[in-house]
Structure formats: C-alpha cells, structure tokens
Design a binder for this molecule. Structure first.
Ligand code: AP5
Length: 222
C-alpha cells in the first residue's frame, strides 16, 4: 500500500451501505485496524457497562448516541498500539462535532486523514440489506439471507457455528429513524471533507468484490 493509503481512512454511508463489510476486507488485506463505533457500542451493551446501558436506548431507537460519549470511545481506540499500523473508521464521525474532534485528535498524534470514502447507495435497497443481515454468534462472520447465505443452511462457513444473531435495530421501522439521522446529522460532514479535497465516492450498489476493487483504486493499492 502507498504511504498515503496508510493514513486513516473513513468509510461513510447510510446504514447498510456496506461500511462494515468493506472495512473487514481492508483489515484482512492490508492489516489495518477497523474501528467501528457500532461494534464497540454493541460490545459495551453486551457487557452491560454504564456506557453500554447509556447507548442501548439510542441504538434501539435508531438515534445517534451523544457526541461526547462517541468521541471518548474513539480517543480510547486511537490509543491502542495496533492503531499505529493504520486504521479504518467505520461509523465515525457521524456529526460535524465528531469530525472536528477527530481532526483535533489526529493533529495531536501528528496524523492526517488519508481518504474519506462515501459509499453511494440506492436507499430503497437498504431495507433488504438490513433485514437480511445476520452474524455468526461464535466467530462474528457476517452473512445475508440472500446476498451471502451460508453454504450449508444454518452452519457458519468459517467456524461451523450454528447460532446466528440479528441486530435489534435491523428492522424496517427503526431503519426509517436511522436514515433520517444519517440525512440530518451525518450527511452534513460530506461538504466538510469535500472542501478539503479528500472525499471520494464509490458505487456501493455494485457487488461486494466490485466495491472492494473501487476502494482499492481510491487507495492507490491496485
Ligand atoms: P452502526 O453499527 O455503525 O450501524 P450503521 O451505520 O447503521 O451501519 P450498519 O452496520 O447497519 O451498516 P454497514 O454500512 O456497516 O453495512 P454492512 O457492511 O453490515 O451503528 C449502529 C448504531 O450505533 C447507530 O444507529 C447509533 O445509535 C450508534 N452509533 C454508532 N456510531 C455512532 C456515532 N459515531 N455517533 C453516534 N451514534 C453512533 O452491510 C449490510 C448488509 O448488506 C450485510 O448483510 C452485508 O452482507 C450486505 N452487503 C454489504 N455490501 C453489499 C453489497 N455490495 N452488495 C450486496 N449486499 C451487501
């Protein structure tokens, strides 16, 4: 990968755009660290920590959790020694305040953003993506009822696990609130990065491998 691509990357897009899917591929291929605020929050909810209890109500309603909580979470993530290898932010920043806080954190570390990649999608298709999503309870491998089914029904291809999890916020009703939050609070950060000339768009409606290839091209890795 080029030196530029080793700078932090942001994957941006509405719920179900494929941010997590692509972040995991980049992690496997380039050894970058995926910092997913959604995954970190879900882990905190599972643990039953004070942070998890605070975040749960927002997540289940499809609303954004408070900025100060999210900024603290990312500041902790950036302290991890592995993050020095380079990281992909998936689900953060999601407000202009979070974007400004990220700039300050990176500046303190002498880092600057590489690329902000917007995954452009047809919102009609997102409900199907979200409602068909499931994850292996044992190893966390992601699947989709139609787009990425397990090879053998009910058995994880990766670890053989037979129990799968569906997210409580992955339903058509909550999705309306999540999309509204994206438009009202997250989309305004697009011009914030566009002005700096670091924003790139990829077609998130292409197949998973085709999207990955577009991202690799943006990063100058192919
Ligand atoms: P978070 O977990 O970040 O959810 P999200 O942004 O709504 O994104 P998703 O994880 O739902 O979708 P994705 O884009 O990663 O898609 P995926 O790759 O899984 O946040 C959850 C909640 O936490 C928020 O609502 C909020 O409450 C809180 N939160 C988190 N961060 C926050 C922050 N910074 N500030 C405040 N609150 C915050 O793909 C979806 C499905 O589609 C999968 O099944 C996949 O297999 C399939 N798929 C993926 N790509 C393709 C493709 N190209 N073609 C066909 N199918 C595909």
């Amino acid at each position: 990968m080029t030196a530029q691509a080793a700078n932090p990357i942001i994957l941006l897009g509405p719920p179900g755009a494929g941010k997590g899917t692509q972040a995991r591929l980049l992690e496997e291929k380039h050894g970058l660290i995926q910092l997913s605020t959604g995954d970190l929050l879900r882990a905190a909810v599972k643990e039953g920590s004070a942070l998890g209890r605070e975040a749960k109500t927002y997540m289940e309603a499809g609303k954004l959790a408070p900025d100060d909580l999210m900024i603290r979470m990312i500041a902790d993530g950036l302290q991890k020694p592995e993050a020095r290898r380079g990281f992909i932010l998936d689900g953060f920043p999601r407000t202009v305040a979070q974007a400004a806080a990220l700039d300050a954190m990176l500046e303190q570390k002498g880092l600057s953003l590489g690329h902000v990649i917007v995954m452009a999608v047809d919102e009609e298709a997102l409900i199907t993506r979200i409602t068909g999503r499931m994850t292996c309870a044992k190893c966390g491998e992601g699947y989709h009822d139609s787009f990425k089914p397990t090879a053998k029904p009910g058995v994880c291809d990766k670890c053989g696990g037979t129990s799968f999890i569906r997210r409580p916020d992955d339903n058509a009703e909550t999705m309306k609130t999540r999309l509204a939050a994206y438009h009202a609070q997250t989309a305004p950060i697009i011009p914030y990065y566009e002005k700096r000339g670091i924003l790139r768009r990829v077609d998130g409606m292409a197949g998973v491998d085709a999207v990955a290839l577009q991202i690799e091209k943006v990063l100058g890795a192919v």
